[in-house]
Structures are given as C-alpha cells and as structure tokens.
Design a protein around this ligand. Sequence first.
Ligand SMILES: Nc1ncnc2c1ncn2[C@@H]1O[C@H](COP(=O)(O)OP(=O)(O)O)[C@@H](O)[C@H]1O
Ligand SMILES: [Mg+2]
Length: 330
Amino acid sequence: MSTVLEFKNVSKHYDVSRNISELLTGIKPKVRAVDNVSFKINQGESVGIVGESGCGKTTLAKLILNLLEPTSGEILFESKNINKINTVDEIHNFKKNLQFVFQNPYDSLNPRFTIKDILLEPLKSLKYRETDFDNLISNVMDLVKLKNKEEYLYKYPHELSGGQLQRIVLARALIISPKFVVADEPVSMLDVSVRAGILNAFNQAKKSMNFTAIYISHDLALVKYVCERTIVMYLGSVVEDGPTKEVISNPLHPYTKALVEAVPVPHVDQSHEPLPIIGNIPDATKFYEGCKFSDRCPNPSHDCKHGNIKMGLIEAKPGHWVDKCCINCK
Ligand SMILES: Nc1ncnc2c1ncn2[C@@H]1O[C@H](COP(=O)(O)OP(=O)(O)O)[C@@H](O)[C@H]1O
Ligand SMILES: [Mg+2]
C-alpha cells in the first residue's frame, strides 16, 4: 500500500508569554504542542487520533493542512514536503487533494453566504466548469444525506441546525472529491442525537469515495466507530499506534487503558473501574528528560521514575506500537 502522508520527526512549539519560571531559570517557556512525532498513513486508511484536550490534536491537524509551519521536521504529502510547495500547480493540487472539517460548524461557514454560495466556493476557486456545478451540488447533498435539497440551497447558515450545518461543512469538503480528509472533532459541538447521523454520512462517503481520512477526537468510542487504526497522543507525543480493535481490546499504554476505561458502558449495572492514572492534567510547558507520563503512571518502573528512558515507539506486536518506557511499567 502506498504512503500518502508522512510525518518525519515533526515538532511544533509555541512560545508563551513570560512567566515566573522564565524569571527564575532564564529559559523562555514553550508549549511543545507536537513533539517529535513520526508516522506514515497509507492510501485509503482511516486513522483516529485520540487524546485528552490540549494534547496537540488540533495543532497536528493544522500542520497537515499547512495552516501552521512546523518548528522542525518534515511533513510529506504524496512524497512532497508540504512546506516547500510554491508553484501555482502545486498549491492547486494540494487544495484539491486535502480537505478538512473543523469542530465548530457555526464558525466554519460564512454567515453572509447562502448554502449554495458556500458549496460553489471550492468549485469556483479550483476552476471547475460552470456547467458541472448543479450536478456536483446535487450529488454531494445526496452523499451527506440532506433531503429536500432545493429547500437548503437558498438558506443562510443561521437558518439551519448544528447537525444540518455540519453536513454542509462535510459537503463543502467532499464536493471536489478530495483524496484526503482531516476531520477535527466534527461532532463534539453537536447534540448526541444527531452525532450518529453525521458519522454514518462520513463513513458512507468514505466507502463510496475511498478517501484517506484522519478523524480526530477526544472520545475513543467515536474513533472506534469510524477508524480501523488509532494513534494515541499524550502531551504532544504519540504513545500508542495500532489497529483500533487491538488498541481497545488490548491497550498497552497505561494512558490508553485509562481512555478505554473512560468509554461509557451501555448497562448501568456494569461496574466501572476507576481511571488507572493519577495526578492532574500536566503542565504543557514542562520539559521532560524521559517519559512524559512518569508523573501520572500508576506503576512506574525504576527507570521511568528516574527519567532514564527517552520516549519512542517500539513494535510490541505486529502493527501495534507503544512507547518503550511505558511497556515496562506494569
Ligand atoms: N497559538 C497558540 N499559542 C500558544 N499555545 C497554543 C496555541 N495553540 C495551542 N496552544 C497550546 O498547545 C497545546 C495543544 O493545543 P491543541 O493542539 O489545541 O490541542 P487539542 O486539540 O488536543 O486540544 C495546548 O497546551 C494549547 O494550550
Ligand atoms: Mg482540538
């Protein structure tokens, strides 16, 4: 299978304003939002990225979409470094192939445009033939399961519900048949009752268009529904990566175990173990010599506690990778 996207030791650090630690140590604080991340994504894969709020998921999405430049490392899309594309053709190709769905549909759409104008925008900017416009709009409305299409086209975003708007956001991303779609928490702002509909539309579109997908969520239960592979992030680093079924049924990292425990169970009488991690959400500006999870690990090994093991993934089982420090903490 061919690799579509590759992260090679990618970091994105944000400078943050002066704080007490800078005054004491003289070192300018940084948030290591994405910290030395490497992975490859193959054509047609759907990959979930999970982790708690602040672990760097949105920064990672923005790096993929070239909305942010990495502090270091390389991001290759179809073997080309996306930060070095500059010819008109390359930019056109990049926009045509990579689309996104962001978290908040209310923020993603121009309130002054009708739904039709919103859907026409990508077609016009990528210079599609005008004679194809109506057909493409009609097809994509079917794809995202918006019935009575004509009814929507001349409405404005404020006249639609959150669920309908997110279908329009999805339609706008899919209308140009992209090869790759990045969806960042696309249902987290929506009522639980409409989430399943959007996820089904996403899954069915993926099946019929066969795009490669990155689906970002803090909720492992949603990722399980959409993705065959899952990457778990903690404080800007990848700590586990493997087939979703395997990651959920046999999590190897204590943090992944905690995420699995946090998934609600359908029966009230089924008991829940308390989360097996300790401590609070960590300080994103803290620098760790060794394992970033050592502060919260329920069973740290001697080397883990003393920061002797640098972070990095090892293949514990075929296709199932986990941070090499945490596999020893049992
Ligand atoms: N523009 C920014 N400037 C400084 N810090 C930022 C900026 N954007 C995000 N961060 C910080 O980077 C970390 C990762 O944020 P983000 O990528 O939004 O995580 P997530 O999407 O997983 O919640 C957080 O600690 C966040 O506060
Ligand atoms: Mg986010």
